[in-house]
Design a protein around this ligand. Sequence first.
Ligand code: PEP
Ligand code: MN
Length: 274
Amino acid sequence: MEEIRYKEKMLYSRELHPDDTIVQAGEVSIGRGGFAVIAGPCSVESESQIMGIAEAVKEAGADMLRGGAYKPRTSPYDFQGLEAEGIKLLLKAKQETGLPIVSEIMDAGNLDLFEDIDVLQIGARNMQNFALLKAVGQTDKPVLIKRGISATYQEFLTAAEYVLSEGNPNVILCERGIRTFETYTRSTMDIAAVPVLKQLSHLPVLADPSHACGRSELVGSLALAATAAGADGLMIEVHSDPKLALSDGRQSLTPQQFAELMKKIRALTGALNA
Ligand code: PEP
Ligand code: MN
């Protein structure tokens, strides 16, 4: 019978694994000083949209491209994503730009379709979908888990444990804001999550300022704050025409705004490593 693991013996903990884990996504290393910026639209909308954004974020210095093909929307009447066609377009963008791809998987039945997707994203709403966590834990692909909308650090880390305990060590954590009494911002970015998770765990910790604040004019400040707090990278939504975006336009940076922010992120990471 398998030994019961107590908190300090969890696979995510530094007790068992004192050194920072590095997760490799294609050529990109995340963790232990490998700072990775993942950028792209909330949803893949069309071939010209994803190709144009992919080229632009690459040019600005992004390390990976994001784009949702399967979208977990609050309302069933909202755009649900291009699904298989969206995955096809992401792979085309990967071929053109060489950028590894991050995309959300909502159903373990789609794992075959995601075979050439580099990083499987588990969205905030699925952070405790244990069947899905176990299924991605049975692959050897990098898994990026977003913090649940009202998940404690412990719940977040034990969600990661589901993937690790199935034998997949390639787990990346992503703080994306939590629900609080404040309504001005979409969620409340929990900056403390970055150092806390890095103290409790050896896994790389990213921050997603876009979903945390829901307002493009705040994304830059939060991105820099999370970087200064020690994040191993960022996930940022970018759209060439945010007003026309089929999802999350209000929080999306234009490619030009993203390029300006990348200069500041580079200056900051340079200063932190000096
Ligand atoms: C997303 O990345 O577009 C998304 C839906 O994120 P979250 O699961 O953090 O809300
Ligand atoms: Mn989004």
